[in-house]
Design a binder for this molecule. Structure first.
Ligand code: 13P
Ligand code: SF4
Length: 304
């Protein structure tokens, strides 16, 4: 903390001067999560918060698609990204042409796109979902067949929860969660049988099957809070355990975990620079704002 303190103090001062609010994803490092964030949460919570922000400036401590979602929901605000290079393998996996391809293959089927997509893909979709509400959104869709993009693993995990629908998917994956294997978890259980295993639904379905619980990052925090396991393995991004360890001193968090190289591009130094120079404002093509917002708002409406 001694190293971080000058940045935390300077950012919090500048944040007040600029009338800015910092929205931070659960995968931010603890210095950001505990030191400077005004709101922390999973993708759904951050999207909902973006609809309520009164401040004129939002600093998005997360990845680019999250900043775009905030801009789409609050187009009159200045939404700053501390590093425009903070992307996402899922958002990179699909374009509007891919959505059109899926629509041509499955005529009439609704398109549910993960919130981890560009504004252009959201605009081409019928509705968004997050890992917190994917099954609920798919159940609410009309017809037998539902197209889910771009995360094949989230789609396969939802297919198990919603057997009444035929779910077809795009071939995208999260580079952080696709690296976990069921074999690793089985070996881990043999070695440490008293561990509660909690996996994010972006993991392959056989990994989720091995776990005791699967949920969004906020769902994982709620599960730990309510169940207080003596030992927990969070099969997700590494900062999750670091961020909640202090609040649960009686829970022993054990590895392994994987780092998201994109999330880790956001640092205190870059946030300070971002607030100092008011860079880089995220812009969304004005023609995309209304249709992308409609897809996100439909999702928020169903999740209430
Ligand atoms: P959630 O926080 O919505 O579970 O998403 C995880 C993620 O990978 C965000 O990039
Ligand atoms: Fe994208 Fe995966 Fe990183 Fe989340 S953890 S931002 S889904 S690459």
């Amino acid at each position: 903390w001694a190293r971080h303190a000058p940045y935390v103090i300077a950012i919090n001062r500048l944040k007040a001067k600029r009338g800015a609010v910092i929205l931070a994803h659960n995968y931010m490092t603890p210095d950001i999560y505990h030191g400077i964030a005004d709101v922390v949460g999973d993708s759904l919570q951050l999207a909902i918060e973006a609809t309520k922000v009164e401040a004129g400036v939002i600093v998005q401590c997360g990845v680019h698609f999250m900043a775009e979602t905030s801009k789409v929901l609050s187009p009159s605000k200045t939404v700053l990204m501390p590093d425009m290079g903070a992307g996402c393998s899922l958002a990179d996996a699909i374009t509007p042409a891919g959505i059109a391809e899926m629509r041509a293959m499955y005529p009439g089927a609704p398109v549910v796109s993960y919130v981890n997509t560009t504004a252009a893909v959201k605009a081409a979709s019928d509705i968004c979902c997050t890992s917190a509400n994917a099954a609920q959104i798919v159940r609410a869709m009309p017809g037998d067949t539902v197209i889910m993009t771009p995360d094949k693993y989230l789609a396969q995990n939802v297919a198990k929860q919603v057997p009444e629908k035929r779910i077809v998917w795009w071939d995208g994956a999260c580079i952080v969660h696709e690296r976990f294997t069921a074999q690793d978890l089985r070996e881990f259980r043999e070695f440490q049988p008293d561990t509660t295993i909690i996996a994010h639904p972006e993991c392959p379905p056989d990994v989720v099957t091995e776990a005791d619980f699967s949920g969004s990052t906020a769902g994982i925090i709620d599960f730990v809070t309510q169940n207080q396991p003596s030992k927990a393995l969070l099969v997700t991004e590494c900062s999750m355990a670091s961020n909640i360890a202090d609040a649960h001193p009686q829970v022993e968090f054990v590895g392994p975990c994987n780092m998201c190289p994109y999330m880790k591009m956001i640092t205190l130094e870059k946030v300070l620079w971002s607030l100092h120079t008011m860079t880089t404002p995220v812009e969304v093509d004005p023609e995309l704002i209304a249709p992308a917002r409609a897809a996100v708002e439909r999702m928020i409406e169903i999740s209430r």
